[in-house]
Every structure is written in C-alpha cells, then in structure tokens.
Design a protein around this ligand. Structure first.
Ligand code: ATP
Ligand code: MG
Length: 351
C-alpha cells in the first residue's frame, strides 16, 4: 500500500523519539512491501523560531492532504512568556483536523510490573483503551468565563450528534476487540449524561455483538484502581476522559510508554505519545521512544488498517522489554540503562 504521512517532530525529545519511530516505520515498510511517503514539517517552538507562528499554513496544508500525521511533542522553557506559544499549535491543529475522538490504550507490560503502583496480580490482564470525546463538553461550551470577581461559569453542553460520532467510534473499536464497552457518565446528576446514556443505548441496537455497561464516573475512578482488568473499551465525555485516562496511565508506570491517537470522521488521524517534550532530558539520547513507536503502531492499525504490521511492532516492544532493555524512566534492577537509539536498534532487530 502507498500512504502519505506528515511528520511533525516538534520540540525537546520530540525529534529524538520521532527519529526512532521513523526507523521502525522504515523496517515495516521494507518487510511488508509498503510505500510510506514521509514529509517533515515544523510545529510548535521550532515553527515559531522559523516562521513566527506555532502552526504555519504550509504545515497545516501538508497535514490536510496526508493520510495520517505523526507528532512528537511541542513546547519548552525557551518559549515561556512569549506572545506565541508552542502549545497553541497543538490545539489549533486538533481543531483544524476536527479530531473529536481521542484514543488512549493502557496496557500493562508484564516485565514492567515492578514499576507499577498496583500489585502484579492486578495488572497482568490490563489491556484497555479509552475513547475520550475531545472537542466538546465542559472545556469548550459557552457561556464560559468570569462574571466579575466572585462568579465564574463553565457549561457542560453536548449535542446528540457530538455524542453519536464518538460513541460510534467506541462501538466499532469494541466490536473489533473483545466486544465489551463501558460508557462512563454521571447520569444520576447531570442532564448531559442522561442524553449521553440515551445515545449509547440507541447505538447499542446497531452493535448487537457488543456488550454494553454504564458506569458512574466516581465508581469508574475507583474500579480502575481496584480491578482495572475488568475493562476493555471505555467511552466517556471530555473532562471525565481527561482525568480517568491520566489515572489509568499510571498503571503502566511510565509516561514514556503511552501512545495516543486523535481521529475524525474521515480526515487524517493525529498520532502522538502521551508524554510532553521533556526538556530536562532533551538532547541526551535518554528518552523512552516506545510511546512514539506505539503511537506509530496505532496509526498503522487505525488509519491504514494494517493490523499485522501494528501487531508486529507491539510484539517487538514486548520482546525488547522482556529482554530487559530499559530507558531510565522504566529502569529495573535487572538490566542496565539503554539509550533511545539502542532501544530502537533492538526493536528493528526483532522486526
Ligand atoms: P507537557 O506540558 O508538554 O505535557 P509535562 O510537564 O506533562 O509536559 P513531560 O514533558 O511529559 O511533562 O515530562 C514529565 C516528566 O516525565 C519529565 O521528568 C520527563 O523527563 C519525563 N518524561 C516524559 N516523557 C519521557 C520519555 N519519553 N522518556 C523518558 N522520560 C520522559
Ligand atoms: Mg503533560
């Protein structure tokens, strides 16, 4: 297959982990006979330095005409207090691409059990994915703001169309996995949650193979720590998803391991690690590249339907961890500390 990919390395460790991901992608390309046409463009601080804007129009145009986008990370102390901020580039591109669903897998890698705060027997079966609504709800709806010194308002608003499209995405993902979907809301108190629940129940009729459960958000927060292995796909509104997915990310023990995808109805998806630009370790060949590499696997799976290729990358990650190759953020007592490049070498060797 031939695919066009826009690559936005960004700032800090972004370019380092991206370099690793692109090497992995090259290995996949060669082994499976694909052609990936990769174009690199600036975003964030690098784009501010080069053009004065965090998302130059050339970058956006290139993104819009590609099949998928890979993003490293943006930001850093260099641009603190500036009028233009690197993070604006990120918010803007999400908006321009209309990526309303944010997918975050949380998978416990058995060899990393020693760095998880949960007991090994609790995390061994954890393999879940969050589908978070990303462009609506409390973070965006009007009215919003301060009215004088003593009052402030935020609005939790959803149109059923906004709920439908993200819920449909979650059902599709659930149908392609074990077939269990947990919809998280606060329907005992919030009207928008009651609407959310109605939409989920209606959509369920089109997916008879998916088993649906509703869970209140406070209970979900508790269950994620008590027994995370019970979940497969979790769909929820913007703020609940923001909080719960950060909570769940701790199960794996390191930010550096986590991947994410932001997808729209039919435009290009945006794939990026959950971690930020980590200025404290930038330029040291010390960053964990696995979050970026696993984001690349998500791109292959969700945008290109290349499941075998994505499986192969995930399996290579598993094997590299099993063989005790670790960057400092996932350091264990057993192995020595590897550089970013060494981890990538090991992945490619196994691919
Ligand atoms: P942002 O606001 O961009 O999300 P943040 O303040 O959440 O940034 P990160 O940049 O994600 O922070 O870094 C948080 C901590 O985790 C830092 O100490 C950083 O070095 C570490 N870290 C983040 N990503 C990685 C990685 N890929 N490998 C190793 N350490 C990492
Ligand atoms: Mg952060």
């Amino acid at each position: 297959m031939e695919k066009t990919i826009t690559v936005l390395p960004g700032d800090g460790i972004g370019p380092e982990v991206m370099k690793g991901a692109l090497r992995v992608l090259k290995a996949v390309e060669a082994r499976y006979g694909h052609q990936f046409n990769v174009t690199e463009m600036p975003i964030g601080g690098k784009a501010i330095d080069e053009t004065g804007l965090p998302l130059p129009s050339e970058t956006l145009e290139q993104c819009l005409k590609s099949d998928a986008i890979l993003l490293g990370a943006v930001g850093g102390p260099k641009w603190d207090g500036m009028d233009k901020r690197p993070e604006q580039g990120l918010l803007q591109i999400r908006k321009e691409l209309n990526v309303f669903a944010n997918l975050r897998p949380v998978k416990a890698f058995a060899p990393l059990a020693d760095i998880s705060p949960l007991k090994p027997e609790l995390i061994e079966n954890v393999d879940l994915i969050f589908v978070r609504e990303l462009t609506g709800g409390l973070y965006f709806a009007q009215p919003k703001g301060r009215t004088g010194n003593e009052e402030a308002v935020d609005t939790l608003y959803y149109h059923s169309n906004e709920i439908e499209r993200v819920v449909k995405k979650a059902f599709e993902i659930a149908a392609s996995r074990s077939g269990k979907l947990t919809s998280v809301d606060k329907a005992n108190v919030l009207e928008s949650s009651k609407l959310w629940r109605d939409v989920v129940n209606e959509m369920a009729e089109s997916f008879p193979e998916v088993e649906v459960e509703h869970m209140l958000v406070d209970n979900a927060a508790m269950q994620l720590v008590r027994n995370p292995g019970q979940f497969d796909v979790i769909v929820t509104e913007n703020m609940f998803g923001d909080i719960l997915s950060d909570e769940a990310s701790m199960i794996t023990g390191s930010l550096g391991m986590l991947a994410s995808a932001s997808v729209s109805e039919d435009g290009p998806g945006l794939y990026e690690p959950v971690h930020g630009s980590a200025p404290d370790i930038a330029g040291k060949n010390a960053a964990n590249p696995l979050g970026m590499v696993l984001s690349t696997a998500m791109m292959l799976r969700h945008s290109f339907h290349m499941n075998d290729e994505a499986d192969a990358i995930e399996m290579a990650v598993q094997e590299v961890l099993n063989a005790n190759y670790r960057t400092r953020d996932i350091e264990s007592k057993k192995g020595r500390i590897s550089t970013t490049d060494e981890i990538v070498d090991q992945l490619i060797y196994r691919l």
